[in-house]
Design a protein around this ligand. Sequence first.
Ligand SMILES: NC(=O)c1ccc[n+]([C@@H]2O[C@H](COP(=O)([O-])OP(=O)(O)OC[C@H]3O[C@@H](n4cnc5c(N)ncnc54)[C@H](OP(=O)(O)O)[C@@H]3O)[C@@H](O)[C@H]2O)c1
Length: 240
Amino acid sequence: MAEQARRPRGPTLGVVGCGAMGTAVAELLGHGGFPVLLAGGRRRTADRLASTIPGAAAAPLETVAHEAQLVILATSLDVSQREIVPRIHGHLAGKVVVDVSNPTPADLSASAHDSAGEMLAELLPKSPIVKALNCVSARRLRMLAHGGPAPTVPIAGDDLAAKQCVTYVLRRLGLDVADAGPLCHSKWIEGLAELLRRLGSEEGLGDAVGFRLLRLDQVDRTPAGRAAIVPADRYEFGKE
Ligand SMILES: NC(=O)c1ccc[n+]([C@@H]2O[C@H](COP(=O)([O-])OP(=O)(O)OC[C@H]3O[C@@H](n4cnc5c(N)ncnc54)[C@H](OP(=O)(O)O)[C@@H]3O)[C@@H](O)[C@H]2O)c1
């Protein structure tokens, strides 16, 4: 019975790239109980990483793209565009692809698009792209695995069902998720990553800096029928 409880369950998730971000994402997924398939630039890196994560296995890029039900691209935008997408776009057709990348100024100036999310969508027209995890640092993700506070992950995409899948996975990992709207809003999320990066370096906050959306989560109707936002803790008042 205990053995069964530990067995990975849920959709098989593919992680492409075993660097800082790929490692953090794969560890979180594996420890969150998902079966994980890993592809790295060098097979040895993926093999080594897979051996440390429960429910993970390394495989060639094409196999990962073919067998995984959802694929997370944790490589630089440039590598995804030049090397990865041309090899696996056929395998990815109809599958949710998560783009965690942040474009460089050179990526943006070489493209007619405003965001990495849209650049990948142009190359993968048969795959719903969801922008996610790009404004959470790898270090912050690894802290989450050790019980650190959960940051908010804004996501963007044009396919609602794809965003629901990604939301399900991220929430199962303990992350807070905020739907930022269609894929063209990726530029705002990518801008937030740049802001966090600057705060981290210029304000001396380091690379574990994160973002958390605070919500006023209860809405009351006034007698006039107009919505009035009330503090989330309103009903906690006077309990002591
Ligand atoms: N680091 C962060 O905190 C962070 C946070 C948010 C978003 N991101 C985004 O995440 C992406 C990855 O960043 P990173 O910091 O993880 O970079 P990184 O540490 O340099 O890792 C990139 C990985 O891509 C792999 N790779 C290269 N060619 C490949 C191929 N053909 N197939 C599969 N894998 C290949 C490399 O593997 P080999 O070493 O084996 O060649 C390397 O391990 C970037 O788009 C970045 O903008 C990063």
